[in-house]
Design a protein around this ligand. Structure first.
Ligand SMILES: Cc1ncc(COP(=O)(O)OP(=O)(O)O)c(N)n1
Ligand SMILES: Cc1nc(C(=O)O)sc1CCOP(=O)(O)O
Ligand SMILES: [Mg+2]
Length: 202
């Protein structure tokens, strides 16, 4: 199944009333360090808002809550996979995106028949400390050759200015946090992303 070419990651449901009316079609809710009760409220609200707007919601990390709340897509990193019950995730009808950073992680991800594979960090990121050096755009091309028909998401330090080369290199979708959330006007930046990616949106 096609992924939207623009994949925004947000750190709270509070962004959705600002972004969904602009035409956002793919969003990950990535919340860290909040009590479970709050996570539950935010995921449930995001699910309702995204369904109303025709936007695909992907829940980061919290696959049990995603199952419990009837969501249909989760993103898990390699450490998340260590604790995850992938059979329960699949039996529950959840689609699954997986982070990868090297060949070993890619082999592990592909063995799970993921709905997409993410490669990062393509460029340096200020969002979080990472043990991985920036992968560079050439690696995106290598990854696309390896994943074949599995959609490839590029993440890490992506900006509008960098995006054309990353698509050209083989990314199917570009995932972004700070370029939008820390922009002087997040709405303006999001509009620019949606315009840039419009020709790739089917
Ligand atoms: C699209 C996408 N790619 C990679 C990640 C990173 O996932 P993970 O390695 O589990 O790290 P956290 O985001 O959970 O800190 C992602 N969330 N989304
Ligand atoms: C959450 C995350 N995961 C990455 C990975 O490489 O797995 S890079 C990243 C941060 C992306 O944020 P920004 O667009 O602000 O650089
Ligand atoms: Mg994670």
């Amino acid at each position: 199944m096609m992924l939207d070419p623009f994949y925004l990651i947000i750190d709270g449901v509070k962004w959705l009333p600002r972004f969904l009316p602009l035409g956002l079609k793919l969003v990950q809710l990535r919340i860290k360090d909040k009590p479970e009760a709050e996570l539950r409220v935010q995921i449930a609200e995001a699910k309702t808002l995204c369904a109303e707007a025709g936007c695909q919601l992907i829940v980061n990390d919290y696959w049990q809550l995603a199952l419990e709340l009837g969501c249909d897509y989760v993103h898990l990193g390699q450490e998340d996979l260590d604790d995850a019950d992938v059979t329960a995730i699949r039996d529950g009808g959840l689609r699954l995106g997986v982070s990868t950073h090297d060949d070993r992680e890619l082999d592990r991800a592909l063995a799970l028949k993921p709905d997409y594979v993410a490669l990062g960090p393509v460029y340096p990121t200020i969002l979080k400390a990472m043990k991985w050096a920036p992968q560079g755009v050439e690696k995106v091309t290598g990854w696309k050759e390896k994943v074949g028909d599995v959609p490839l998401v590029a993440i890490g330090g992506l900006t509008i200015e960098r995006a054309p080369a990353v698509f050209e290199a083989g990314a199917d979708s570009i995932s972004v946090v700070t370029d939008v959330l820390l922009a002087e006007s997040p709405e303006t930046r999001l509009r620019e992303w949606l315009e840039l990616t419009a020709p790739r949106r089917k």
